[in-house]
Design a protein around this ligand. Sequence first.
Ligand code: ZN
Length: 195
Amino acid sequence: MTTPLTLDDLTAAGAHRRGHFRLSSGLHSGDYLQCALFLADPRRAERAGRLLAAAVSRLEVEPELIVSPALGGLIIGHETARTLELPFIFTERQEGNMTLRRGFAVRSGQRAVVVEDVVTTGKSTREVIEVLEKAGARVIALASIVNRSGSENPFDNLPYAALLTVSFPTWDPAQCPLCAEGRPIEKPGSRPVSL
Ligand code: ZN
């Protein structure tokens, strides 16, 4: 039995921080999430993979293939596939377009689950779905370590499992309460973490 993943696990790993951040979108936030720092320890990645594999199993969708978008989904997709004893392939962005990594193919009707590290808008997940369906596979479910989409399931008709659902408010700089308090702002990643 594995204990569930909590935000404290991410915080302890340096993968979640509180402060005053300028996100790449230009919005401000009091929280910053960098899942790669959690997955940087292979034992933590393995644990998250086991938990996500269990969550996928509970969806009862009987996948034949795990697919993730590079780079963010690679480690967790691989670990999840390892536990489920399924093949793992990935997509990548080529000149702005999502595509299957060269050398990978899917069988017609092959049942795929898309695995991500973090779902924010769900945009990249939807791009992976589109790539797979164009290639002939059938996407039957989605899973991620963190759901920060603000919705229990941002993927309409497909089953979706996440280990952790978080809601971090973001603000326009003009409306940011942390700016109003005069708190110094940080661009995430400007203080890299050594392991
Ligand atoms: Zn601010």
